[in-house]
Design a protein around this ligand. Structure first.
Ligand SMILES: [Zn+2]
Length: 398
């Protein structure tokens, strides 16, 4: 067992700062050196990611990766405590990194300001010892699971909804994976309504702190990880139950040899009534190929445009649109003037989630939802059906 753990030397400052760890007989200097030599990747720097990021940084994990393309919004601050008013509008990875470095200046932080996708998941996840799933949507959750199974990485899972939380460690080498429990995403009518579902602000704090605990145990090699068990937390009654999980011999993921596991983008399921229409990438391509003048609006963030945009698309990041909808005045009007009221606009982001949120915001602000269309599966789906990508500058000039 000893040989699988790497160790790093501690500086004098670290010996002082981690004193309360060093005097724990079960942890000691050995545990601290293992933490420093170890690494964790946080998928999501939001509700679950905030406490996890802060506690892992404070505990002395040597290298932490943050995956999140979003920017800090005011409505995040009810639960996403790694951020604050001073970082509104900044990238969440940037905002969280500043807090983490304040707790532990020796920490190495690697920021990935992107959505986890079928294209980047293997590269991102392969670079870390422990993966922490702090996502709020099914496509990313399944992608994290499948990639971790394929690469043989432990996946510290956390989920929160309203007053309830769940926690487990999925490690297909030693126990079940997420698909052993839920082979496929739920049908739309059973899915929680995602971004619109409420959550008690402290709940992700409870579950995120437990995820941090499991990650620290895995990296330092202490205790018994939550493999093959799921913690079910009821915040209203305050009860913690533990359910035993079995590995499924028919699991569509972990029953296969890793070489046969194919990463795929699961569809976004959301039971919240979504205003506006939707279009598949194939149907959009057919309309464009037929010469139809379709007004496309790319609401991703600027770094994402470097990988290409749909030819002719207008580019306007979601945070800018939402800020303009909240604000008033000439600057806000200038932003919104780009989005016409009188003709159809096809909106897209990377996976179709953020653009759906923009459609909800526009509809709430008085736009005719019959003229707002969401590209299903977003740019990722478009890329699969089209090879006609153009560099960003060319698209912006049109
Ligand atoms: Zn499985």
């Amino acid at each position: 067992m000893e040989s699988v753990f790497r160790q790093a030397q501690l500086s004098e400052t670290e010996m002082r700062r981690f004193g309360r760890h060093l005097i724990l007989p079960e942890f000691g200097i050995e545990g601290q050196r293992r933490l420093k030599a170890g690494s964790a990747l946080l998928i999501g720097a939001g509700g679950l990611g905030s406490p996890t990021a802060l506690y892992l940084a404070a505990a002395g994990v040597g290298r932490i990766g943050l995956v999140d393309p979003d920017r800090v919004e005011e409505t995040n601050l009810q639960r996403q405590i790694a951020h604050g008013y001073s970082t509104l509008g900044r990238l969440k990875t940037e905002s969280a990194a500043a807090r983490m470095l304040d707790l532990n200046p020796e920490l190495v932080i690697e920021r990935h300001d992107v959505f986890l996708s079928v294209e980047n998941a293997l590269e991102l996840i392969s670079g870390y010892d422990v993966i922490i799933d702090g996502t709020d949507n099914f496509p990313t959750r399944y992608l994290v699971n499948d990639t971790c199974v394929k690469l043989g990485k432990p996946n510290v899972f956390g989920g929160v909804l309203r007053f309830d939380g769940q926690l487990s460690v999925f490690d297909a080498r030693r126990g079940p994976c997420y698909r052993c429990l839920f082979p496929e995403p739920p049908p739309v009518e059973l899915a929680p309504n995602c971004a619109e579902a409420g959550v008690l602000g402290v709940l992700p704090g409870v579950i995120g702190a437990l995820q941090a605990t499991e990650a620290i145990k895995l990296i330092s090699g202490i205790g018994t990880p939550m493999i093959g068990r799921m913690l079910v937390y009821d915040g209203l009654d305050l009860s913690f139950d533990t359910v035993t999980l079995a590995k499924s011999p028919n699991c569509p993921c972990c029953s296969k040899p890793s070489g046969e596991i194919v990463l795929r983008a699961e569809p976004m399921v959301c039971s919240a009534p979504q205003p506006g229409g939707s279009i598949t990438a194939e149907a959009l391509l057919a309309r464009l190929d037929a010469g139809e003048d379709v007004l496309l609006l790319d609401v991703r963030n600027p770094p994402e445009w470097a990988g290409g945009v749909i030819p002719g698309a207008l580019t306007l990041p979601k945070p800018e649109i939402e800020a303009a909808l909240r604000a008033s005045g000439r600057d806000a009007d200038a932003v919104l003037a780009a989005i016409p009221h009188s003709r159809e606009v096809v909106l897209y982001c990377q996976g179709g989630v953020r653009s759906a949120a923009v459609i909800r915001s526009l509809a709430a602000a008085g736009y005719d939802s019959r003229l707002l269309t969401n590209l299903e599966g977003g740019f990722a789906a478009w890329e699969k059906v089209s090879t006609a990508l153009v560099p960003i500058n060319e698209a912006m000039d049109t």
